[in-house]
Design a protein around this ligand. Structure first.
Ligand SMILES: [Fe+2]
Ligand SMILES: [Fe+2]
Length: 339
């Protein structure tokens, strides 16, 4: 459900939409004027302040946020949402500008040597929990990572209680472990190459990507081959042959493969593509997928329901749940993993 609004004053056309949690957010901002760039960030236009509410959007110039803060508590919450949304926009501005064929290959070369650290799954969970997420790409949550992991796992377990789906429970627990890339004392990687929705590089950036106008700053966007629909790939090549934007999905997938994890193929698929929203949520990039991808899509979509909608306020007990999950870790993972 999209809506377009035109502002008064500075001519801005902003597209807003309901996000996955039912909040109104800005998805695209285009300035229809030849003299300024056609995509914005709050860094580029610090004098513009945006307040998104359910049914209107206020845009002010040279005016501190406080002056346009609506009066009711309900609207005040929206003001906070807007500030968070600003961080999300900044994150995607960087990610869309910097994820290129070249930068992705460089990250793969750096991290797929697996000679950086030796950590067990549980060590990695604890490390992940130490990360203070200042510039989250996900506007839906600010809870400790360990709680998000356990809630996702428990939500899956509730929907798939049968023992034959124990692999799926474990996927819930580990799916974001690749985020340790941003741990200050370990890898210290910036957010743009760790989190956020992912997409292929080496071919045209689909309009189904969030904040699509930000790709205009990406050098691959005007590359003679990378800017074509199939780019460097053959039609229907299969996602396994596609270079994805570098982030926590691909990193954890590669760590698991390198360390001989015995989880079923579905688990590897879910981990590798859970942030590939333009594909599993919007149906884009089907020119690159093959039969196997289409078969696995079901599990990626199933997983997504629990990754998002299990972000509930009540906290699961780590002590009570760990024995069960430790038994799954022992079943499928080696004691220590090379990262
Ligand atoms: Fe994730
Ligand atoms: Fe997650």
């Amino acid at each position: 459900m999209d809506m377009e609004r035109e502002s008064v004053g500075p001519r801005l056309i902003l597209e807003t939409k309901l996000n996955r949690n039912g909040k109104w957010v800005i998805c695209n901002g285009v300035i229809p004027c030849a003299s300024v760039p056609t995509c914005w960030t709050s860094e580029m236009y610090p004098r513009f302040h945006f307040v998104v509410t359910r049914d209107n959007m206020l845009i002010t110039e040279n005016m501190p946020m406080a002056l346009v803060t609506p009066k009711t508590t309900e609207e005040f919450r929206n003001y906070l949402d807007s500030a968070l949304q600003d961080r999300v926009a900044n994150h995607y501005y960087q990610q869309h500008t910097l994820q290129t064929v070249e930068s992705v290959k460089a990250k793969r070369e750096k991290f797929l040597t697996f000679d950086h650290y030796k950590l067990s799954v549980w060590d990695a969970i604890l490390k992940l929990n130490e990360i203070v997420d200042e510039s989250v790409s996900d506007p839906d949550t600010e809870m400790p990572q360990i709680i998000h992991l356990l809630q996702t796992a428990e939500s899956i377990r509730m929907a798939y209680p049968d023992e034959k789906f124990d692999w799926f429970h474990l996927v819930g627990l580990i799916h974001d472990l690749g985020k340790i890339l941003s741990h200050k004392e370990l890898f210290n990687e910036p957010q743009w190459c760790v989190v956020g929705d992912t997409f292929p590089v080496g071919c045209r950036f689909s309009e189904s990507n969030v904040f699509h106008p930000f790709f205009q700053g990406n050098p691959d966007n005007t590359h003679p081959i990378y800017s074509t629909e199939n780019g460097i790939y053959e039609q229907g090549t299969g996602l396994d042959n596609v270079l994805m934007a570098w982030g926590h999905d691909e990193y954890l997938y590669q760590v698991m493969k390198h360390n001989g994890v015995t989880l079923p193929e579905e688990a590897f698929y879910v981990i590798r593509y859970h942030s590939f929203y333009p594909w599993h949520h919007k149906g884009a990039y089907n020119n690159l997928t093959n039969e196997q991808d289409r078969k696995m899509l079901h599990w990626v979509k199933e997983f997504q329901k629990h990754d998002l909608y299990s972000k509930l306020p009540e906290k699961p007990s780590v002590e009570k749940l760990m024995p069960y999950y430790q038994s799954l870790i022992d079943k499928y993972f080696p004691k220590v993993l090379e990262w």
